[in-house]
Design a binder for this molecule. Structure first.
Ligand code: GLU
Length: 393
């Protein structure tokens, strides 16, 4: 007899980014020469001073439970980071450390949503937002923004999506998958809409803050709109900036009551994130920041290279981004040229014939696109482009 799985889990699908990565790994293990441009993670090793702090945590016996919501040292490092980079002031009770920013967002939706509560998610969106909302019994309300508007929603579109049931808005800038980012003025304009709806909470996912080459400095929502401070959760993590994806440390700052509820939830589910990783994250945030700038130079170079390369392919167009290590390419014409029905079929053809793994745009709420991670060497990107050129003609 089949197991009766919960309705909750049957509402969601496997993460498309992780699925592509697993598929590429499997094909590689079978001996196929796959180029994996699926999951986004830096190809750099975690900088030495950060790894050393992790090693020291192990050898010095810092291997036991910590406070559920994070060590005081790491919280202080996060508080200093928010002040330094974003001009935001938080106290320890306003900060929560979790097992990756993914976990932070999961805690947020679980702590906030009741059945039927609506969550506004601009599309293209990161694959896991809608499924996390569904897991928390909420209703994702997708607001699409195409290439013609730089993949960014307008204040009027935000306003139109708000209903009496709207509980949360999730913003992600610079965006995974497009690399698009809101300017300070654009954030102020979106903030003006949110100011008129005081019961709405905002989650701003700033994970790619430091992978940035926009024409003006990165700006977080509350930095631009201080009046939203009391109801915004500012989310970040060390995974991308410090090449620490496997360490699993994400964090947030926000209203103490909500952070407390998220912490209670964490205490009844995962407890504290790894003590060892917390020591490493503390070293990352408090230490020399030059490693971040060094990696950023490489990402920018690769960005320019892949965006130009993609735009030179038949039937492909790609807008440049302000940051992240993703290129989001419109492949509608290429799909039509190959007689393919959708971006899933396109990605399938790429992996089986060109041996290049990319993530279909449908998973990001943007059919007709594919996402390519350029967190790999320029040589790898060059080979991937050559292979794609052969397939696309
Ligand atoms: N956030 C990364 C990505 O979008 C890692 C994979 C994931 O957790 O989705 O590729």
């Amino acid at each position: 007899m089949p197991l009766a799985l919960s309705k909750r889990v049957r509402r969601i699908k496997p993460s498309p980014t992780l699925a592509v990565t697993a598929r590429a790994a499997k094909l590689k293990a079978e001996g196929k020469d796959i180029i994996g441009l699926g999951a986004g993670e830096p190809d750099f090793d975690t900088p030495g001073h950060i790894s050393d702090a992790g090693i020291k945590a192990i050898t010095s016996g810092f291997t036991r439970y910590t406070n559920v919501d994070g060590t005081p040292e790491l919280k202080d490092a996060i508080i200093a980071k928010f002040r330094r980079d974003n001009g935001l002031t938080y106290t320890r009770s306003q900060v929560l450390v979790s097992a990756g920013a993914k976990h932070t967002i999961f805690n947020l939706v679980c702590a906030l949503l009741d059945p039927g509560d609506e969550v506004i998610i601009p599309a293209p969106y990161w694959v896991s937002y809608p499924d996390m909302v569904l897991l928390a019994d909420g209703v994702p309300v997708i607001v699409p923004a195409g290439a013609d508007q730089g993949y960014k929603i307008t204040p009027a579109e935000l306003q139109a999506a708000i209903t009496p049931k709207t509980k949360l808005v999730i913003l992600n800038s610079p965006s995974n998958p497009t690399g698009a980012a809101y300017t300070r003025a654009e954030l102020v304009a979106l903030g003006a809409v949110l100011s008129r709806h005081p019961s709405i909470v905002i989650g701003t996912d700033d994970m790619y803050e430091h992978i940035w080459w926009g024409p003006e400095p990165f700006c977080s929502l509350v930095t631009a709109c201080p009046d939203l401070y009391d109801r915004t959760v500012t989310i970040n993590g060390v995974s991308k900036s410090y090449a620490m994806t496997g360490w699993r440390i994400g964090y947030c700052g926000g209203p103490a009551e909500l952070i407390g509820a998220m912490s209670t939830l964490q205490g009844q589910s995962t407890s504290n994130p790894s003590s060892i990783s917390q020591r490493a994250a503390t070293a990352a945030l408090n230490g020399d920041q030059s490693c971040v700038a060094t990696m950023n130079v490489a990402f920018k170079e690769r960005h320019d290279f892949i965006v130009a390369g993609l735009n030179s392919l038949k039937g492909v167009s790609c807008l440049p981004g302000f940051g992240t290590f993703y290129a989001f390419a419109n492949v509608e014409k290429a799909m039509a040229n190959l007689g393919l029905a959708d971006d899933n079929a396109f990605a399938e053809r790429l992996i089986t014939e060109a041996l290049v793994a990319v993530v279909p745009g449908s998973g990001f709420g943007a059919p007709g696109h594919v996402r390519l991670s350029f967190a790999c060497s320029k040589q790898t990107l060059e080979t991937a482009l050559e292979r794609m050129r052969k397939l696309l003609g």
